[in-house]
Design a protein around this ligand. Structure first.
Ligand code: C2O
Length: 543
């Protein structure tokens, strides 16, 4: 990582408001009034300082905390932004400044990690420029895709946890599918009489004929697995999450919630042409009332209001049929390639025998109050906002202080960690690890049988979110090179809300010291004071 001494400052205020990104007027929580939130842009090695003012006050006050998805936060663990793990929530009316380094490069996003608050609008793109390993002419910037809900997030959460009929594979159905915060909505589908107009407009992108264009795809949605494609164009994949890859071509890219893929697209059309860009929600793997998110690619001389004539490519239809297990394979017609063919540009072969292995068996259950909960080795994680794990672990003798419902796995000084996750249940899960990029060693139908295909040990895919297939398993491995308290959780907002989180304590002996304690004191004294006066309506796991 280059050391350039540059500091980039951002000043954000979170407040409630009403916006109609797809024509349907709904309440949300926005950063500086914007949806999606502001894009952070930096160079690899820059320092970034974001001052967050929590103006979610009044009758519907809420805490908040902002997470910088995919960054490792090496030596700045206290700024990872997970309430109950690395900080107390920022209290209503309070301010907190995050300060961390752009320690990886590529495409990512930031989002609130307080309950499912990010789905209310508190998320945005995060671009870190670094070395190019594939040439291209134009950078079209971030393209946020994903599902979108019209009800306010708290109402959706209540439905997610309960036995509501508005339910499919234990996620509530989304209302729309957005590209860069835009979509048209068929207002006759609205279930209430909110203000709605049907031609909000689509996101548009300009291609220059004969040139190559980099697109930075980010699934910033709440839950859905999406297939991204552009009619009549092939996509050259150059990075997953923030791992540069040996480039390969596909017809469409699959992104689970929280995943990113960088692609280079050759502009092969005529200079006055227009094509549909599609973000198609997989109906096998998600629950949605609107499947198709649309955007428009306009070539050089195509007028701004040109409408594409292209038809949905057969490839996009095939994607749905082939994603039965909801995996991250390489989608090429006529048949997808196995995962092991996806290789990082820089090979870092994982240890064939880890120092320790954690096995987590996952299932869904209904608790004594009739609410759905995920059980991870029989524990459904629940956060205590007043007692962040990192703060406890940075003090001596913390072991007796860990509550079993925090679902903490203390890895001590182990060097290489393998996590085996099995599920016998019908839903797939985009699994995200904080503080690391992990190697994917095994995935597939059925529980892990204990043996790793030697081909996966040579140069396996590395990323920070990977799909665990339904009725299947996912085995990941990482080096314990980053002391801290890190969550490993399903990135479906409604699933982490229902307790789908394991918390890793990595080399706790090395996270002592005043710096961490000082940062935690800042958020915790304001939060403790707030919670002495107010009851926090925590209906979910909290993260
Ligand atoms: Cu993108 Cu724990 O999150």
């Amino acid at each position: 990582m280059p050391i350039d001494g540059v500091l980039r400052k951002y000043d954000w205020t979170l407040s409630r408001g009403y916006l109609s990104p797809d024509g349907y007027n709904k309440s949300g929580i926005f950063v500086n009034g914007q949806f999606p939130g502001p894009t952070i842009e930096a160079n690899w090695g820059d320092w970034i300082e974001v001052t967050v003012h929590n103006n979610i006050i009044g009758d519907d006050a809420e805490g908040t905390a902002i997470h910088w998805h995919g960054l490792t936060q090496r030596n700045t663990q206290e700024f990872d932004g997970v309430p109950s793990i690395t900080q107390c929530p920022i209290a209503p009316g309070a301010t907190f400044t995050y300060r961390f380094q752009a320690d990886l490069y590529g495409t990512t996003f930031w989002h609130s990690h307080y309950s499912a608050q990010w789905t209310a609008g508190v998320h945005g793109a995060f671009i870190i420029h670094g070395p190019k390993h594939v040439p291209y002419d134009e950078d079209l910037g971030p393209i946020l895709v994903g599902d979108y809900y019209h009800k306010d997030y708290f109402t959706v959460l209540e439905a997610a946890a309960s036995d509501s009929p508005d339910f499919d594979v234990y996620v509530p159905s989304s209302d729309n599918s957005l590209i860069n915060g835009k979509a048209n909505y068929n207002c006759s589908m609205a279930s209430d009489n909110a203000t709605c107009h049907s031609n909000a407009g689509l996101a548009k992108f300009r291609f220059r004929q004969g040139k190559s264009h980099r697109l930075r795809l980010i699934n910033g949605g709440a839950a859905a697995l999406v297939h991204f494609s552009i009619d009549n164009h092939r996509l050259q994949v150059i990075a997953h999450d923030m791992t540069p890859l040996v480039p390969y071509e596909v017809d469409y890219v699959t992104l689970g919630a929280g995943q990113r893929t960088d692609v280079v697209v050759q502009a092969v059309g005529a200079s006055d042409s227009a094509y549909w860009m599609r973000s198609t929600i997989s109906m096998n793997c998600s629950a949605a009332r609107t499947q198709q998110g649309m955007g428009i690619v306009l070539y050089d001389s195509a007028p701004e209001e040109a409408l594409p004539q292209s038809e949905r490519s057969p490839a996009a239809t095939a994607a749905d049929e082939k994603s039965f297990l909801c995996q991250n394979v390489r989608y090429k017609t006529p048949s997808p390639d196995p995962l092991r063919l996806t290789t990082p540009l820089i090979s870092t072969p994982p240890a064939s025998i880890p120092s320790t292995t954690i096995t987590v068996n996952v299932t869904l259950a209904t608790n004594d109050t009739g609410h759905h909960v995920w059980l991870l080795n029989n524990v459904t994680q629940w956060a205590n906002y007043n007692r962040p794990l990192l703060g406890l672990a940075s003090a001596e003798n913390y072991t007796g202080l860990l509550d079993p419902v925090w679902n903490v796995y203390d890895l001590g000084s182990n060097k290489t960690i393998r996590i085996v996750m099995n599920t016998d249940y019908q839903s797939a899960h985009p699994m995200h690890l904080h503080g690391h990029q992990f190697a994917v060693l095994s995935e597939g139908l059925g529980p892990f049988n204990g043996s790793i295909d030697p081909a996966m040990l040579a140069n396996p895919p590395r990323r920070d979110v990977h799909m665990m297939p339904r009725y299947g398993h996912l085995v990941i491995q990482f080096e314990a090179d980053n002391p801290g308290a890190w969550s490993y959780h399903c990135h479906i907002a409604w699933h982490s809300a229902m307790g789908y989180t394991v918390n890793i304590l990595e080399r706790p002996d090395e996270i002592r010291g005043g710096r961490i304690a000082d940062a935690l004191k800042h958020t915790c004294s304001a939060w403790d004071a707030y919670t002495q006066q107010h009851v926090v309506d925590q209906i979910d796991s909290g993260i």
